[in-house]
Design a binder for this molecule. Structure first.
Ligand code: ADP
Length: 543
């Protein structure tokens, strides 16, 4: 017997129409070099409909790829909806990728048009000649000084506001929820970036998940600051969720320095502020003495949230960091650090340990950990580790036009995350490492993430990254690369003494080197690849 409910499509025009009708007076604030701009959702919706008209005027194919090279701004949000709501596919370009990677993904996705913020046009202009399918470049004037007056032959150059002024508004309809809505490429820590294609359906369901009370709980009364870029993994679903609920959005624009972010949080009465750990490491001191009473949650992920950082927020603001885990391939949010009610009475120290884990799978997401030795699911004992795999309606099933798909998905269709994890009896996932980053010492594994966490708990340490370096007897041993806080000092011996008792004896790094900065990836994560490269010829004292 079939169910008798309507087969109502889960497509993005629903979100658009809802905010247009119900919340036209709520606002989007964008911080730009030229000052703070405010626009109501009502006005934004009118512009977004006209932007749909612009895509028609430019002759973009019915499912053409519409690329953006843009910061978090109200205009980027116009593109976030105008492209998919007219059946096109939004392709957010990560502006921090290497130039050759940008060329690769623009050509691989077959982008027809690129909308580019003037503040970052200087990064794109040298590449324009390398694009094979792009026909239009549309410049969004956000106050950048770069001269964008000329483009290579074969490309048409436009000004965003001029196009909008001349265009007519269109109606938005998308019937098939399985059509592509947007795409985003992974940052490609090895090889070329891989394309992940989100459907309308997956985006709608992921948006709802960001609104779950046991997710980020996005709601109408929020004022949401997505520091996490819209060009990387959908700003963790917050850009869509804000529009869906009618929450105000506070867009940070190009300036992601600590002081301006802290100032935005205070003056705009931000309630939800989301960003990667390196952002919050910088912002915490800048929040000292400011009124942060409106803040209710600080979602943070993308790399492990050091316990010391979360605790420092709890001590200073009364609000610990709320850890989430996910990947470009998982839309991205797959777990969140909600504390089960039965655990809430635990001492703060134990709660801090739970918050340092990656959390519980969101409703809708299934996770399993498979032993890398025998391939069976490991018990939920918080000890047994293996590869984390994911399934669910907002998890990728393959990459776009890529023959590397088979190695990333299992025969029964689950995503192989490349992360090594444990699950405890309560279902909390703890990421031990990325498969590529574990230190393999004498047939046993040392978790670089856990070691880093413990080193960063030392009051003199600003950042620490651990890599495995070759060792004649043990195959690999850990090398700790440490950045000290300004004006602080600590010796290798003192650090090792500090770690003694905090980690197993055989985990203690064989050496500690002090560096000025941990190299970062395009999205602000520790770049172990660059660090390994830097210490390629390094010999451990014990080797
Ligand atoms: P890329 O794979 O291109 O670096 P992603 O942003 O998709 O870009 O990275 C996803 C990876 O980031 C995960 O597989 C995991 O290794 C890491 N990650 C994300 N969130 C967390 C977290 N809370 N703790 C530890 N690692 C995380």
């Amino acid at each position: 017997m079939q169910g008798l409910m309507q087969d109502y499509p889960l497509t993005l025009p629903h979100i658009f129409h809802r905010v247009e009708r119900l919340f036209p007076d709520k606002e989007i604030v964008t911080s730009l070099p030229t000052g703070r701009e405010r626009i109501s959702y009502g006005e934004w919706a009118k512009r977004t409909r006209r932007l749909g008209g612009v895509l028609n005027d430019l002759g973009i194919s019915p499912d053409g790829r519409v690329a953006t090279f843009s910061w978090n701004t109200a205009r980027h949000l116009e593109l976030y909806f105008a492209a998919p709501c007219t059946g096109r596919v939004l392709h957010t370009l990560n502006l921090r990728l290497f130039p050759e990677q940008i060329t690769y993904i623009v050509n691989h996705a077959e982008d027809e048009v690129i909308f580019v913020d003037k503040t970052v046009a200087g990064l794109l202009w040298p590449l324009l000649g390398s694009f094979t399918t792009v026909r239009h470049i549309v410049v969004i004037d956000d106050g950048g000084p770069f001269d964008t007056s000329e483009v290579p032959e074969g490309l048409e150059l436009h000004d965003y506001e001029t196009l909008l002024a001349a265009a007519s508004p269109v109606d938005f309809h998308v019937e098939d929820e399985n059509l592509a809505a947007s795409m985003c490429y992974t940052s490609g820590t090895t090889g070329n970036p891989k394309g992940v294609v989100y459907s309308h359906r997956s985006t709608m369901l992921h948006t709802m998940a960001a609104m779950f009370a046991d997710g980020f709980g996005a709601r109408e009364s929020d004022r949401i600051l997505p520091v996490v870029p819209m060009f990387h993994a959908n700003a963790w679903g917050l850009a869509h969720a804000a529009v869906a609920t009618g929450a105000d959005l506070i867009m940070p624009g190009p300036n992601l320095a600590a002081e301006p972010l802290a100032e935005l949080i205070e003056s705009e009465r931000v309630t939800v502020a989301a960003g990667v750990p390196t952002i919050w490491m910088g912002v915490l001191p800048a929040l000292k003495g400011r009124d942060t009473s409106a803040l209710r949650v600080i979602p943070c992920g993308g790399s492990a949230v050091p316990k010391a950082l979360s605790e420092a927020f709890r001590e200073q603001l009364g609000l610990p960091i709320y850890q989430a885990w996910g990947m470009t391939e998982t839309s991205p949010v797959a777990t969140v650090g909600e504390i089960k009610s039965k655990l809430r009475g635990l001492p703060e120290e134990e709660l801090a340990d739970i918050r340092a884990m990656q959390g519980l799978p969101l409703f809708g997401v299934e996770l399993r950990v498979l032993s890398q030795e025998h391939g069976a699911e490991v018990p939920w004992d918080g000890e047994s580790r293996g590869e984390l795999q994911a399934a669910g309606p907002w998890i990728a099933r393959e990459y776009y036009n890529d023959d590397r798909s088979p190695e990333s998905f299992t025969d029964d269709g689950w995503l192989r995350t490349g992360d090594v994890a444990t699950i405890n009896p309560d279902g909390y996932i703890k990421l031990v490492d990325r498969t590529k980053d574990v230190v393999k010492s004498g047939g046993e594994w040392i978790s670089s993430v856990e070691l880093e966490n413990e080193i960063m708990a030392h009051p003199a340490v600003a950042e620490a990254a651990v890599i495995g370096v070759p060792h004649p007897k043990w195959q690999e041993r850990p090398l700790a690369c440490v950045v000290l806080k300004e004006g602080e000092s600590v010796t290798k011996e003192e650090l090792l003494e500090f770690l003694d008792g905090r980690v197993a004896k055989w985990w203690l790094p064989d050496d500690v080197v002090f560096i000025d900065e941990v190299p970062k990836t395009s999205v602000g994560k520790f770049s172990k690849k660059d660090l390994r490269h830097k210490f390629e010829d390094y010999t451990l004292p014990s080797a």
